[in-house]
Structure formats: structure tokens, C-alpha cells
Ligand binder design. Structure first.
Ligand code: AHM
Ligand code: MG
Length: 338
């Protein structure tokens, strides 16, 4: 795609402008909002790269709403996104993993979009140099909402844009604006621009990899146990080979690999975490939307993730996501054992 000597680069900004041009009713507001998110991702990327050199690793001493130790980079990344989104002038309110309450935008900066984000997902891995990422989702403010929180207590299928940025061996931003299309961009550090490198990403319907924290096996329900066993011990009479296990423990990296290579990523409900661990608004919904738009599926086991209505802004949901046929197999096990 990006050939040496190529001078006609498809940057993320150009891509979003092109999407805007294809929609005659578009006002350009979403384009500006995505620019702000893009800036936030570049800023966090630069901090993650330098973290070990400028004393940004380690805990900050505070505990967040999830009861987790906040890392210095968690707090910094949160501030970066809150400031960038505020300054865009297009946001009405935000929900961040790191902030207990809804974040309001006031005055002349107030816009019509609701943004949810996990500024630095997988941050418990950061000191070991493992991939981390930012996850984001964009919704429209509900005009008739009686409280600002009501705009977030809507079915996930109302999400209009979702994406993640992975800070790894390269910096990759993957985004969907719907229309059954997901595209991936790689940051060219010398240009400071995200360049389209993964055009129209599609998840293989049936993969060969499963990705789950197997240390939780004793807490799983029967459906999850039986399904994972079926991947490890396929019927000897069939031609099937066992799936390979891959679990990074950083959702962005595990989902990125799942979109590229296929297979299943899961964080199920269990007896320790009755709704699973991952948060619906800024982990479950954006990833489920991306995966569906790439031709895959996302389920709690019992229902489509995008049909959930969160009961509060930091609600959690169980999730199995991956290729369509892989997730249909998950659903079969849940029908049989639950
Ligand atoms: P975080 O948002 O506090 O970083 O937690 C979310 C992360 C995900 O990235 C990952 O999939 C999961 O937690 C790993 O959890 P576990 O260590 O229980 O397997
Ligand atoms: Mg996080």
C-alpha cells in the first residue's frame, strides 16, 4: 500500500474528510472530533515511548473508581484526552475509565457528542514494556435526556464511531465509522501522521487461536469450560487441530491480533466477577462494534454485546468476540449449558 517513493499518502485526516464528503448531511463536527482523538493518541504514544526515560513508569499513589492502582501514565493519558476532547468544541460530556463521574463540557466548548474512552488500557503491563492502548467510542447526545448519564444508558448499537490505538512495536490506530468497514493506520513518526496501512480489515470467520485468562478456569461456568475444552481437545474423529493459546492481557493487543488472524478473545462472567471484568462503555461496546464491522461477532454468551443497555457509566459486561463462525460456536455452547 505504502510503496517507497509514494507521494500520495492516505492519512487518517484525509480518510475522515473523504468519509465526510460521502455524507451530504455531514457538518464536519465528527471530523474535528476525530482529529482531537488523533492528537490525543499521538501525545500518549510519545509519552509511552519515553516513559522509562522520564520517570513515568510506576504507580501514582491513587486508586481509581475500579479499585485499581492508578499508574502515572494512566493519569497523564486521561488528562491528555480530556483536554483534547474539551478543546475540540464538539463534545457534550465524556466517560473515562479513570474518572468516577461523568465529565461535563461547559460553555462555548460544548458540542453534541458523547465520548467514552479508556485512556490507557492494559496499563498494569506497562512497566514490562508490553503493548498498551487507548479505546474510544462516540455516541450522539440524547436530546430528550433528563440527565446527562441517560445519553450513555442506551443499547451499544447506537454507537457511531469506535476505535483503538495500540502503542506497540508500531503505533496503530484502527477505526470504524460503521458501513461494514474497519481501516487501520500506522503512525509514521517522521511525518507525525497516521497513514492507511490496513485497508478494509476483515476477521477470518474461523480461526486457530483462543485468548482468555485461563488462570480463572476454576471460576468459569460450565458453558465457558466446555467451549474452551472443545478448542483444546477437538473430536479425534474430526480433521480439526487444537487451537493455539495466546493471551497478552492487554485487550487492545489481544483484539488487534484477533481481528488480523481470527479466533476468539474472551473475558467471560465468572463466580469472581459476575459481569466479567471489562467495562461496557469504553471496552465492550467499542470493541464489539469494531469486530462486527469487520465481519465478526461479539456476544456475552447469552446475547449480542451491542444489545446490552448499561445500567451505569462504569458497568461491566462479559464478552466473547471474534470471527463469525467461532462466535456462533460459543453461542451453541451457551444454549446447551445455560
Ligand atoms: P485495565 O483497563 O485496568 O487496563 O484492565 C483491562 C485489561 C484488559 O486490557 C485485559 O483484557 C484485561 O484487563 C486483563 O485482565 P486479567 O489480568 O484479569 O486477565
Ligand atoms: Mg485501563
Amino acid at each position: 500500500m505504502f510503496e517507497p517513493g509514494d507521494t500520495d499518502l492516505l492519512t487518517l485526516t484525509r480518510y475522515v474528510l473523504e468519509m465526510q464528503r460521502l455524507n451530504p448531511s455531514a457538518s464536519g463536527d465528527l471530523t474535528l472530533l476525530i482529529s482531537a482523538i488523533q492528537l490525543g493518541c499521538k501525545f500518549v504514544e510519545s509519552c509511552v515511548r519515553k516513559a522509562n526515560l522520564i520517570n513515568l513508569v510506576g504507580v501514582a499513589g491513587a486508586i481509581n473508581v475500579q479499585g485499581e492502582d492508578q499508574k502515572k501514565l494512566d493519569i497523564l493519558s486521561n488528562d491528555i484526552f480530556v483536554n483534547a476532547l474539551n478543546a475540540s468544541g464538539k463534545v457534550s460530556s465524556m466517560v473515562s475509565e479513570e474518572i468516577d463521574k461523568l465529565i461535563h463540557v461547559n460553555g462555548h466548548n460544548k458540542g453534541k457528542y458523547c465520548v467514552t474512552f479508556d485512556p490507557l488500557d492494559g496499563s498494569s503491563n506497562i512497566d514490562a514494556g508490553v503493548n498498551v492502548g487507548t479505546i474510544f467510542g462516540i455516541f450522539l447526545e440524547k436530546p430528550d435526556a433528563e440527565t446527562p448519564e441517560e445519553s450513555y444508558c442506551v443499547p451499544g448499537r447506537e454507537i457511531i464511531v469506535a476505535g483503538y490505538c495500540m502503542y506497540g512495536s508500531s503505533c496503530n490506530l484502527v477505526i470504524t465509522l460503521g458501513k461494514n468497514r474497519v481501516d487501520g493506520f500506522t503512525l509514521d513518526p517522521s511525518l507525525g501522521e497516521f497513514i492507511l496501512t490496513h485497508r478494509n480489515m476483515r476477521i477470518p470467520s474461523l480461526g486457530k487461536i483462543y485468548s482468555i485468562n485461563e488462570g480463572n478456569t476454576q471460576y468459569w461456568d460450565e458453558a465457558t469450560k466446555q467451549y474452551i475444552d472443545s478448542l483444546k481437545y477437538p473430536d479425534p474423529a474430526s480433521e480439526k487441530k487444537p487451537y493455539a493459546a495466546r493471551y497478552i492481557g492487554s485487550m487492545v493487543a489481544d483484539v488487534h491480533r484477533t481481528i488480523l488472524y481470527g479466533g476468539v478473545f474472551a473475558y467471560p462472567a465468572d463466580t469472581k466477577s459476575l459481569k466479567g471484568k471489562l467495562r461496557t462503555l469504553y471496552e465492550g461496546f467499542p470493541m464489539a462494534f469494531l469486530v462486527e464491522q469487520a465481519g465478526g461477532k461479539a456476544t456475552t454468551g447469552a446475547k449480542r454485546v451491542l444489545d446490552i443497555v448499561p445500567s451505569e457509566i462504569h458497568d461491566r459486561c462479559p464478552i466473547f468476540l471474534g470471527g463469525a463462525e467461532d462466535i456462533e460456536n460459543v453461542e451453541t455452547y451457551f444454549k446447551k449449558y445455560q
